[in-house]
Design a protein around this ligand. Sequence first.
Ligand SMILES: C[S@@+](CC[C@H](N)C(=O)[O-])C[C@H]1O[C@@H](n2cnc3c(N)ncnc32)[C@H](O)[C@@H]1O
Length: 299
Amino acid sequence: MATIGELLSAAVERLRSAGSDTPRLDAELLLARAVGADRTGIIAHPEIEVGPGAAAAFAADVDRRATGEPVAYIRGVKEFHGIALATDERALIPRPETELIVDTAVDEVIARLGRGAAARQGSRIRVVDIGTGTGAIAIALAVSLRRRRLLEAVEILATDVSRDAAALARENAAAHGLLDVVRVEVADLLPPLAGSFAIVLANLPYIPSATVDVLGGSADHEPRLALDGGADGLDLVRRLLGILPDVLEPGGVAFLEIGADQATAALEAARVALPDAAAAVLPDLAGRSRVLRVGTSAA
Ligand SMILES: C[S@@+](CC[C@H](N)C(=O)[O-])C[C@H]1O[C@@H](n2cnc3c(N)ncnc32)[C@H](O)[C@@H]1O
């Protein structure tokens, strides 16, 4: 029987020559899945022998990865903002950069509660996550608020134009015990009569079509609908900005993920759609522009 260390070494070489940028990480995650351990256990015990069943399962997963299939789809799970989300070909694999929108939304809810916004209105703070995919933003926000015992303060709608993605988001909401808090609906941006929201969150597709054509990597396996933002990438962002005046409550705020090179175009689009709103671009920890913030003034 081969040891963990021997299986890992062979798989790392195989995945490196197949073109993976992260062959060791990939191999560790896949071997951990095959033996039913976590990755730290794999790293800590290279001397342990792996049984034939687990070794065969690992070999099959390495074959899939060598064809370019993303590790998150092979494992069926992706960690995002400290939670595990079921992940498959129905939706985009949640990216770490999207965690900024979750953190920003948590801060916004806390700030609004500090100002007594919900209490004044005698209602919950209405939040919508448009283009929810796996449900990543909506569910991570709800989990963060539950940890702070603030879940009662919000009502969260999550939408996606893809039926498949919406089904996956519902499965993830159920897995986190949030089906009664995160309502998932199939809609082109928003369902009719959705009402208005204090906080609008969206990570809509923002990659220019021509770039999607040549991205490669995990994008070859992810739904094009989740990536393709039209000629300059901002078609969906512009459409959403166009309806924001009807969707945002007075004093409401929207946080939209954008590409690091789209700050100027996104700010211009916001100025055109909402000339009286305050628009700004928020940087991530590395200083890259990642989130367009658009706030309307209170009534
Ligand atoms: C970049 S993915 C983001 C998924 C998820 N929010 C995340 O951050 O992982 C964009 C999502 O928007 C959805 N989408 C595309 N066009 C849409 C539209 N017109 N209305 C609602 N959702 C849309 C796609 O199906 C996809 O799930």
